[in-house]
Design a protein around this ligand. Structure first.
Ligand code: CMC
Length: 405
């Protein structure tokens, strides 16, 4: 198939067809308006692709997710987050030299300008860390005003991956009134994050390897997901040639919403609510099915996955393993498993193909690691950052047109 025909008001239009790597078909309507004055209408973009991309592949029917051709299961088991970040950004897994250099860059850029610490003093203690993170990331552009020149793109990419981790932990330390903890050059990426989150000046802190392993895996599972809401936002903003910091800040804001990355916070709040209400999970499944009731089962459903979310499958197993290794008996895990069981057998959820998504089990893991609920979406941001950056880079490298639906 090389063309598709559209018949409109008695006229025929031949539209080019683009075929993806696995035979997926896209009808290219780019010239339709110029030829016929008609546009296509697709609120929510359920049938619309906005770009060609080589970064991520999803088959929602089969539950397949691949980054640059590598299955997510393989990356989650065999790689660490920094390797996966490189893979997304540069198209192949790094060799030893590339990896060492990249790790070195992430260490070199991990501190933030001392003056930026003053910004944290201006936020109220109860400020949501996502608000702080997006503001801080946009503010980075004031320190790197040369960021628009192309030869700085790779340096700024490393800067962002290194500094977002530091800024995230500073937002947390600010919210609990503790002094900020500086990064330590000897620590790898995930360990350094845990150190900055949990170390206090008055006592020794040693990173628990179980937590570091779990964190690496969580970040890998969140690292990219093709043209989702926040990634599309990064591309949209980047298409106006806004700088990299502004574009990523916009992505953080888009991720914050409860229908997107904010769902992980919403899931945990929902599980706590069910627990505080006596644990009757069946009552909440009933409420989720009631169209007159605004309640939705958070962590269920996905625009693309229609059988299972492979990330949720990995996370469920990891959740049980990590809780056992850390000797944590969390009653919320039991509620989550019961909810999942009931919903998966219920006609409402089965007929709409609503399955647990990545956010359903991630919150229980973060909680086991001591990460507070309002930081969950920040964790998602740290994980998704290499994906956003890879898409921003792809867009800029191909000199795309400004997005204007
Ligand atoms: N609980 C109850 N009913 C639901 C749910 C849910 N979680 N999700 C969808 N439905 C129903 C919805 O009411 C609709 O029913 P009907 O056909 O009778 O009107 C049908 O299922 C289709 O839903 P939709 O809202 O049209 O689907 P969408 O593709 O626009 O939205 C979604 C996808 C993920 C926003 C939605 O499933 C949802 O709100 N889920 C809960 C929030 C959540 O967990 N979000 C995280 C997504 S995964 C992380 C990420 O990548 O962002």
């Amino acid at each position: 198939m090389t063309t598709a025909s559209l018949s409109l008001d008695g006229k025929n239009y031949e539209l080019p067809v683009v075929t993806g790597t696995e035979g997926e078909v896209g009808v290219d309507i780019g010239k339709l308006r110029a030829q016929s004055a008609a546009i296509t209408l697709d609120p929510g973009f359920t049938s619309t692709g906005a770009c060609e991309s080589k970064i991520c592949f999803i088959d929602g029917e089969k539950g397949i997710l691949r980054y640059r051709g590598y299955p997510i299961e393989q990356l989650a088991e065999k790689s660490d987050f920094v390797e996966v970040a490189w893979l997304l950004l540069y198209g192949e897994l790094p060799n030893a030299e590339e990896l060492a250099k990249f790790r070195g860059q992430l260490t070199y850029h991990s501190m933030i300008h001392e003056d930026m610490k003053k910004f944290f003093e201006g936020f109220p203690n109860n400020a949501h860390p996502m608000a702080i993170l997006s503001a801080m990331v946009a503010s980075l552009s004031t320190y790197y005003p040369e960021s628009e020149t192309e030869d700085h793109h790779d340096e700024n990419i490393a800067r962002l991956i290194a500094k977002v981790r530091t800024l995230a932990t500073y937002a947390y330390k600010k919210s609990i009134g503790q002094p900020l903890t500086y990064p330590q050059n000897k620590l790898p990426y995930a360990e350094n994050f845990l150190h900055m989150m949990f170390a206090v000046p008055c006592e020794e802190y040693t990173v628990n390897p179980v937590m570091a392993k779990a964190l690496n895996m969580l970040l890998i599972l969140h690292a990219d997901h093709e043209q989702n809401c926040s990634t599309s936002t990064v591309r949209m903003v980047g298409s106006s040639r806004a700088n990299i910091f502004a574009s990523i800040s916009a992505g953080i804001c888009a991720l914050w919403g409860p229908l997107h990355g904010g769902a992980n916070q919403a899931v945990l709040e929902m599980l706590e609510m069910i627990q505080n209400d006596g644990g009757d999970y069946k009552k909440w499944v009933k409420k989720a099915k009631d169209k007159d009731d605004g309640f939705r089962l958070m962590g269920f459903g996905h625009r693309v996955y229609k059988n299972f979310d492979p990330r949720a499958t990995i996370l469920r197993t990891m959740c049980e393993e990590v809780l056992a290794e850390l000797h944590i008996d969390d009653p919320l895990l039991q509620i989550a498993e019961n909810l999942e069981k009931v919903a998966l057998e219920d006609e409402y959820f089965v007929s709409r193909k609503l399955y647990p998504n990545v956010d359903f089990y991630s919150g229980i893991l973060y909680r086991a690691m001591g990460i507070p609920t309002n930081m969950f979406t920040v964790m998602f941001s740290i994980g998704r950052l290499p994906g956003w950056l890879a898409h921003w880079k792809e867009l800029r490298d191909e000199d795309s047109r400004i997005y204007r639906p």
